[in-house]
Write a protein that binds this ligand. Structure first.
Ligand code: NAD
Length: 236
């Protein structure tokens, strides 16, 4: 019987909310140079360009709304009798706006600001600028609280511990091309955890999963959640 579920979501879960994925045709990486806008070196070279990129992402996110896949995962968190650990690579806050709690943002959040000088964190304003001073130390080293390529993702010990305790690992809407998240399926399998991929089409790591179900997240995620909750008695 499944008691502990670990779910990893990627850009595909938010695609039908109107937030572009990175690697699909017409995705963000075909419009921007990853090295310029999503690396520490790119930020050091042109902080204004990087802030402009993330200011646009923040605006897109503000205008987007959660879709049935986000809401279904909230229902699962609320009604599943065991534990549901929700880990996301997404920097958007659509899981939270659908009502999910305790979401582990391994790549940070578009709604957060971070001082590169002192490590202080605060809520990002709608538009950030390279000249913004840190409210704590006053230095102008403000950056989005996002994990860039070449940086270490957040909360890894917590995620590893959850994977070791899991009976089921589910990856939703992720291409399996960004590590360490792409390695979670192998890590889970090494611990004897059953693995399921829910994606528009088979991902790069599809063959590593025990099972795959394919189609738009707004359809296949609610269907899978309904299956997981079938037979669960709900409080009246
Ligand atoms: P990715 O762009 O590499 O892959 C997206 C995956 O989603 C693909 O496998 C694609 O087939 C699938 N997909 C597309 N539309 C779908 C749909 N309607 N239903 C189900 N699946 C769908 O994204 P990734 O694997 O998350 O890549 C990781 C990086 O992308 C992360 O660093 C993340 O921060 C970043 N990212 C985040 C956002 C966001 O916060 N919304 C948006 C773009 C990229």
């Amino acid at each position: 019987m499944v008691q502990n579920i670990v779910i990893l979501t990627g850009a595909g879960v938010s695609a039908e909310s109107g937030l572009g994925t990175f690697r699909d045709e017409g995705g963000l990486w075909s419009q921007y140079d990853l090295k310029e806008v999503a690396t520490p070196k790119g930020f050091a070279l042109d902080p204004a360009k990087v802030h402009a990129f993330y200011n646009a992402r923040r605006l897109n996110c503000l205008m987007a709304a959660p879709n049935p896949a986000h809401f279904a995962l909230t229902t699962l968190q609320r009604q599943f009798p065991g534990t549901v650990t929700l880990v996301t690579q997404n920097i958007d806050d659509l899981h939270e706006r659908a009502g999910s709690t305790g979401v582990i943002h391994m790549h940070g959040t578009i709604t957060g600001a971070l001082c590169a000088a002192c490590g202080h964190r605060w809520d990002a304003p709608r538009a950030m600028a390279a000249t913004d001073a840190c409210p704590s130390c006053g230095k102008t080293a403000t950056r989005p609280d996002i994990v860039w390529f070449g940086e270490i993702p957040y909360h890894m010990p917590e995620i590893d511990a959850a994977l070791m305790q899991a009976d089921l690992f589910v990856a939703i809407g992720t291409s399996g091309s960004v590590y360490p998240a792409a390695g979670f399926v192998a890590e889970a399998r090494a611990c004897g955890v059953r693995t399921l991929e829910l994606n528009l089409e088979p991902s790069e790591t599809a063959r590593t999963f025990d099972e795959g179900r394919y189609g738009p997240a707004s359809k296949i995620v609610p269907d899978w959640v309904a299956e997981m909750l079938a037979g669960v008695s709900r409080p009246t």
